[in-house]
Design a protein. Sequence first.
Length: 326
Amino acid sequence: MRLVLLMTSLWLAGVGFVRVPEAQAAGCAIPSSAPARGLEPAVASPVADTNVIQVQGEEGQAPATPASLPAASPVASDSDSTTALSAELTAVSEALAACLSDGDVDMVAELAGERFLGQLFGSSVPLSKERYVAVAAGLTPVHTKIIAVEEVTAVSPDRATAVVTQVVGNQYLGGEWTFVRLDRDARPAGRSLWQVASERPLPATPPAEAVTIGVEIRDRSFKLDPTKAKGPDVVLSGHNVSNEDHEMLVIRLAPGFTTTDFLRTAGPDLPHQATYVGEQPVRAGATSDLVLVDLDPGTYTIICLFPDSQGTPHLAQGMEATFKVE
C-alpha cells in the first residue's frame, strides 16, 4: 500500500501467488480484539484438596462426590494461541488496507506506527501521526488489498511478525510486517491493541502465467523487449545499466492526456488523468522486478520522476516508454 508524491523518489513498499479477491474483506475501523483464550495464559480452575475428607455413603455405596467441585478448565494450546493471534493480525492488516484505500488518514495513523507511516512515503525516517495526516490528507488514495497474512510469529507478548502479501494499485508485493501491542488504555475496550510498526520488503513471487518484459534502463531512456504482452499479469524486469538510480513508475494516462501535460500539472499528487499502477526503484547497475497483476487491456506508460542534480525530473529529459497489454 503506498502514497505517491509527484517529482519525488518514493519506495512503494515490495508466498505463492493468490488471485486478488474482488473486494477488501474488512472495513476501515479498529477491529475487535481476539478472545482472551489464545492471547492470555490460561488459568486452571481450582481442584479438590487432597486433604478433603470424603463422606462415606450408606453401606455398599461409593463415597459421595461433591456436586459443587469445579472441573479443571482446559488450557489453551500453542495452536489455539497462534490461530487467535493470526486472526487478529489479519483483521488489523485488512483494516489498514481498507483505510489506505478509503483515504482515511486519521485511521491509518491509528493502525500504524510512526516508522511504518514514514515507510509509506518511501522513507526510513519515522513520521509523526500529525505530520502524516497533514501531508497525506491531500493525496489521492491508492487502492490496497491484503492477499494473505502468513507465518505469524509471537516474538514476545507485545511483539509479533507476519509475512504479508498485498496488491497496491496493480503491484504485487510481499513483506515481513512487525506488529506491536499497545497499552490497554490506548484504545476502547474490546478493540484490538495491535498496531503495524514497520515493514521489511521481501521479493515478490510472480504468478506462474505472468509474461516478462525486459526493461533496459539507460541514462535517460527505457528500452523494452517486447513491447506487447498478454495479460493480465506482467513482470517488468528492469536492469539499470546507467550510473544513476532510476525508477519504473507505471501509470495509465487518460485518452488525449500526454506526459507533456503530466509535467505541466503542478502539485504533490498525480494528476487525476493519470492512474497509478505500480512503482519500483532500480539502483545504478542493479536489477529489480516490478510485478503487476490484473491489468486491463490497453497502453501503459513507464516514466522516471527521479530528479537530476538541478532538480529536473528525468521524465522531462525524455525518460519514458510504453507497452501494451492484450
